[in-house]
Design a protein. Structure first.
Length: 562
């Protein structure tokens, strides 16, 4: 019995976000056989399990040949244990016999553990080439206890934690079994066919197929008959991560019908495999779907990493590649992902190339309107970068709208149109913020009684001395008044609630007079200018809030004649 996975693909994306996959042959020629050699020269027969040791050696459960093959980092393939003859025999690696080897794992000491499927046991191969039965009697059953007395039914997947404990996907018993370093077998999760989250034996799974363990000791398993990916914590708490309806997961470029885990005879291959990386993301070999998937666990996005759903044997990038029932995955220290391409009798290599993230493109967008009727008007905008002091000029369209690219930074935006009072505001484009920053401006027509509050004229505390940053704006005001010599303006000073009203009127008057003196110095005719201080008599916002008080401390330009 065996594993996973059908995927209905309507359209397939070439890349996973931020990375692309290059698929190539690693071992095998695409033809069934039994031959050692280098890379493609070697022949395999229905490879159905992978493991990688600390040195980067790859171990293959060559299921159809009933043996374990070893591939060095430079691609040299040899027989590590067993022979083409099936059986059940311990001893030196070249004399040992297996019957349908599949899932494997390497412990911290370099021992290789193999799920001997049809012998219903776990075999151990030491670094010096001795094969022994580590757990199980060689008979089908379900029994916990000492390893040499325990019984399994169709063990198919296995993983090792940092302490050297083993966890076995006991497929036929619908359980995850634990084998401690002192040789005790227990039921870690499940034991009764079903679909239920929970802890230990209270949880229910149905056909645990592939297992992968993350850096924190959490296991991710393929739960075949429940069409789900389940997560099991080190304490044995089981939850459903990904179900067949993909609830909670999205995909922006492919349409997925549903995950449909399948089980078939071992001789027909496994349905698929699972691999969790150091970031906690999942890679899934979808056998019947003929693709390798990537699941970003933080963004909840499922993507096709390689393949397009059609069977074949083609190398290439992303969906250009073809598989024929890809099952089981492993990752070596160099970051390469290896895939058992079951019906192609080959091991395929996937190289993940991290793409440099595209720089975010920011935009400043908005609308300029007539404040009296809220209709859009054509206007000019001048954008000054306060860091580089460079200016750019934009125009709105006939509806008053604009949208232009801009870099992160702090800017002063000055909006003007003939016949209207100018408008100015400081804005910030944050590199970690929204890509489109909205800035709208309301312009007031020039007429007696019209008022404009221009922002960013800040004074030192209890002083009539304004900040240097205000001079850019005041220069624009001076330019406007020189251009319109018939306009008479009263500069009104306002404060927040501050101290007593007498003090506030005196301070606001001094500030308004300071503005008038600056404008005169810039060439504005003194006959166009007057000033008045109102103290805190005319608030425009709540003085009980910091924001409100900031709005009330303002300089206002009022047209009193034209």
């Amino acid at each position: 019995m065996n594993k996973l996975f059908f995927l209905l693909i309507c359209h397939i994306s070439l890349f996973v976000y931020g990375q692309k996959a290059i698929v190539s042959y690693y071992v095998g020629s695409g033809f069934r056989g039994f031959k050692n050699g280098v890379g493609k020269e070697a022949l395999l027969n229905e490879p159905n399990g992978l493991a990688v040791d600390a040195q980067g050696n790859l171990y293959i459960a060559d299921q159809g040949n009933n043996c374990i093959r070893k591939v060095t980092p430079d691609g040299v393939v040899s027989v590590y244990a067993g022979s083409r003859t099936s059986g059940f025999k311990d001893g030196p690696a070249n004399e040992a016999r297996f019957n349908g080897p599949c899932g494997m794992t390497v412990d911290p000491k370099g021992n290789l553990y193999v799920c001997d499927y049809f012998n219903h046991c776990i075999r151990k191969i030491t670094p010096n080439g001795q094969v022994s039965t580590y757990a199980g009697l060689g008979l089908e059953g379900y029994k916990d206890g000492k390893a040499d007395q325990a019984m399994f039914k169709e063990p198919i997947a296995i993983a090792s934690d940092k302490q050297g404990n083993l966890y076995v996907g006991d497929f036929g018993n619908h359980a995850i079994r634990k084998i401690t370093t002192d040789g005790q077998v227990s039921t870690f999760v499940g034991g009764k066919k079903g679909f239920k989250d929970g802890t230990g034996e209270y949880a229910q799974i149905a056909g645990p197929a592939s297992i992968s363990m993350d850096k924190d000791g959490n296991m991710f398993i393929i739960d075949v008959y429940n069409s789900a990916i389940r997560k099991i914590t080190p304490s044995g708490y089981t939850t459903t991560v990904l179900s067949k309806d993909l609830k909670g997961f999205v995909d922006s470029t492919i349409v997925i019908g549903q995950l449909s885990f399948q089980s078939s005879g071992l001789s027909s291959g496994n349905g698929g495999g699972i691999l969790v990386d150091n970031d906690g993301d999942l890679y899934i070999a979808d056998g019947p779907g003929n693709v390798v998937l990537y699941v970003n666990m933080s963004t909840k996005v499922v993507k096709v990493l390689a393949g397009n759903g059609n069977p074949g044997l083609i190398d290439g990038e992303g969906f250009k590649a073809r598989f024929n029932q890809p099952i089981e995955l492993a990752k070596d220290p160099r970051g390469y992902i290896y895939v058992c391409d079951f019906n192609n009798h080959a091991i395929r290599k996937i190289e993940i190339i991290k793409e440099k993230p595209k720089e975010k493109q920011f935009y400043l967008a908005g609308m300029v309107t007539d404040i009296s009727n809220n209709k859009g008007i054509q206007a000019d905008l001048e954008i000054k970068d306060l860091t580089t002091q460079k200016n750019v000029k934009w125009n709105t369209n006939f509806e008053g709208r604009y949208k232009n690219p801009i870099q992160p930074g702090i800017y002063k935006v000055y909006v003007y149109k003939e016949g209207y009072l100018p408008f100015e505001k400081e804005i910030k484009i944050d590199k970690d913020g929204e890509e489109v920053v909205i800035f709208n401006a309301e312009l007031t027509k020039i007429s007696v009684g019209a008022k404009a509050v221009l922002g960013n004229i800040n004074f030192k505390p209890s002083s009539a001395e304004f900040d240097e940053s205000a001079k850019t704006l005041l220069d624009k005001v001076a330019e406007f008044l020189i251009k319109h010599p018939n306009i008479k303006v009263q500069v009104n000073g306002h404060t927040d609630k501050g101290q007593d009203q007498e003090y506030n009127i005196r301070l606001s008057t001094q500030r308004a007079m300071a503005i008038v003196n600056y404008l005169k110095a810039k060439g504005v005719n003194g006959n166009q200018l007057s000033f008045k201080g109102f103290g805190n008599a005319k608030p425009i916002a709540d003085n009980n809030t910091v924001e409100g008080r900031a709005l009330n401390r303002r300089i206002e330009f009022e047209i009193i004649g034209q």
